[in-house]
Write a protein that binds this ligand. Structure first.
Ligand SMILES: Cc1ncc(COP(=O)(O)O)c(C=O)c1O
Length: 401
């Protein structure tokens, strides 16, 4: 049933959806998934670099801890509404060790059902209909979903290559500065693969304070930085907790995308609002999952270092192959994506379509991430090196570069 079709099969009983449902943005990438599936159904060997699903399994010690925890009757009951203290303490310990950031586990941490949920929720918590939020363009589409559900408006902050794919706060008009109540940031960035220096977050705190704008820093790829440079957390900037929260998920760091564990960290007032909303919607995550998440965060982090090395090595393989076919692009500095300019004469959608039809390689057209994503395609480093090399070789044979 699509959004316009409010009837249920042939029944005369009419189901009317709430108005807000029609405001939800269309899922741009659903069409891409369909095209890929069509090619596969026709028997083609498609190399799918269009998606962002981690390809490797969750480390064994985490899986084992979950297996044992499932058998623990303590976890068969409702868990505490706001989650177990041991898990909140574990994420605080990780932030202290990795970023030198001190957090109060009971007041400055909320456990979330995955980062996606939290990033949609924050708009519901802070925005009234007609309020404005600032969103990066290109950016992760779930920020738009939250704004739509809250009936809020969005103002897009262009991320340009010549500014390191960081927003330029000088460009934000006086009216927007005054109206905006919330701003989303995301570094290491999906889709551009850029990272942000501490000085950017210091400027952000200043800008947020001056204009009364809450910052939601999406640190989903926080663990994934290349060339020996560890990504900086927004919370490392002085005063960050006063103006915002950071979202941290286990999905990418520990290959736990299906487990749905994430956190909001930082401003005490925002955390209490998140907890208040969640108290009315959920009982917290299954206790066995919380136990495994604790193990992920507190055990030695060798698997994380190995994972980053795997992505870096894939990135190197991809870029050395791109150079061979004459496809010039900036090397990714973080996340597990590469952001590649499309050749002259193409737009991102027509180029992606050509690669899928003629090279049987799927990439994500930049326009799906916003107007300023036009002119680029996003490639995931989520296949092994041989497949990445082969994908570029197939593209090379089209003779477009
Ligand atoms: C930029 C960004 N933020 C947040 C998420 C959400 O991750 P999860 O809901 O698995 O925690 C993703 C997942 O793809 C992402 O790319």
């Amino acid at each position: 049933m699509n959004q316009e079709d409010h009837s249920l099969g042939n029944s005369p009983f009419k189901i009317e959806a709430a108005e807000v449902m029609s405001k939800l943005p269309k899922q741009f990438f659903a069409a891409l998934v369909q095209s890929v599936n069509r090619e596969i159904a026709q028997g083609h060997d498609v190399i799918n670099l269009g998606q962002g699903n981690p390809d490797r399994p969750t480390p064994e010690h985490i899986v084992k801890s979950a297996q044992q925890a499932v058998a623990n009757p303590q976890y068969h009951k409702y868990s505490p509404f706001q989650g177990y203290s041991f898990l909140k303490e574990a994420v605080c310990e990780r932030y202290r060790e990795d970023y030198g950031v001190t957090l109060d586990p009971e007041k400055e941490v909320a456990i979330l059902f995955g980062g996606k949920t939290g990033l949609v929720q924050i708009s519901q918590i802070l925005l009234n209909p007609g309020d404005l939020c600032l969103v990066p363009d290109p950016g992760y589409p779930d920020y738009w979903s939250g704004a739509a559900l809250a009936g809020a408006e969005m103002s897009f902050m262009p991320l340009r290559e010549n500014n390191g794919f960081l927003p330029d706060y000088e460009e934000i008009t006086a009216v927007d500065r005054q109206r905006a109540k919330l701003m989303f940031l995301n570094y290491p960035n999906n889709p551009t693969s850029a990272t942000a220096p501490l000085s950017f977050y210091e400027d952000t705190v200043k800008f947020a304070r001056e204009n009364g704008i809450v910052v939601a820093s999406d640190f989903a790829y926080g663990a994934i930085g290349f060339d020996g440079v560890k990504p900086v957390s927004f919370l490392q900037a002085e005063g960050a907790k006063e103006v915002g929260v950071e979202y941290y998920t286990l999905s990418k760091t520990y290959n736990m995308a299906g487990w749905r564990v994430a956190f909001a960290l930082g401003n005490e007032r925002i955390i209490s609002l998140i907890n208040l909303l969640q108290d009315h919607i959920y009982v917290s995550l299954f206790g066995g999952i919380q136990e495994a998440a604790r193990v992920a965060l507190t055990a030695p982090q060798d698997n994380v270092n190995e994972l980053v090395a795997v992505y870096e090595s894939r990135r190197n393989a991809l870029f050395s192959e791109l150079a061979k076919i004459g496809w010039e692009a900036n090397k990714s500095s973080g996340s597990f994506f590469a952001w590649l300019p499309v050749p002259a004469g193409w737009n991102s959608a027509s180029f992606a379509e050509k690669l899928l039809r003629e090279a049987k390689v799927a990439v994500a057209p930049g326009i799906g991430f916003g107007r300023h994503g036009e002119g680029y395609v996003r490639v995931g480093l989520l296949s092994d090196e041989d497949r990445l090399r082969e994908a570029v070789q197939r593209i090379g044979r089209l003779g477009l570069f």
